[in-house]
Design a protein around this ligand. Sequence first.
Ligand code: MF3
Ligand code: CO
Length: 253
Amino acid sequence: MIVCKSAAEIQRMRPAGRLVADVLAALRAAVQPGVTTADLDAIAERPIRGAGGVPAFKGYHGYPATICSSVNDEVIHGIPSKRALEEGDVVSIDCGAVLDGFYGDSAITVPVGPVSEQAAELLRVTEEALHKGIAQARPGGRISDIGHAVQRHVEAHGFSVVREFVGHGIGEKMHEEPQIPNYGEPGRGPRLVEGMVLAIEPMVNAGKPAVKVLKDGWTAVTRDGSLSAHFEHTVAVTAGGPEILTTLDGKSH
Ligand code: MF3
Ligand code: CO
């Protein structure tokens, strides 16, 4: 069952989204060579608790941290550690928070100092693909229109879309129906209607799409060792079109 949100409920989701956006902005600013992913985790947890929120991932199926931090060939669900970021790395940072009973969920991939041309293009194309997907999140369309738009953009640039992990509905739970694959034919799946709130989250590999999960039970890496990027926003489907909730100004990035 897809839970649609009233205008009043979407109003209550804005602070959660805004909090996650603020935290990711602080994390982006903190990323530099020498910083550990555990440092980033601490930087994320403090303001969430300070705002009266709760980190959404901590304790979720036993996940131990506030953020997921996935470096280079790590796709998603990397666990923060003493690993220090190095110049030329790319780090995907995924953060979720619950505030006033509602979840916000968003991710960015950040270059650590200057990175290769390929890495920079992978980040740019993945973020663009997220926004192509978001543009489809309007009443009258179908869920698969989102993934179709993502896949077209990614593959036009010679990159590949991860199949094993998908976006999701979000609200009073972090993961609600429907699932939102980042690939597929358009015009399939549930119709998009006003009040749906969706976490759209393309994961894009520079090489082949296949991934595997490491022995820690969490970290997903590319099978071919290629770089991977991840961008995510929590988006409300409104009569006027998509509204990004996990952003600082309610409109753009
Ligand atoms: N953004 C991810 C998701 O929507 C984060 C989940 S990490 C977990 O699934 F640790 F909480 F599983
Ligand atoms: Co998510």
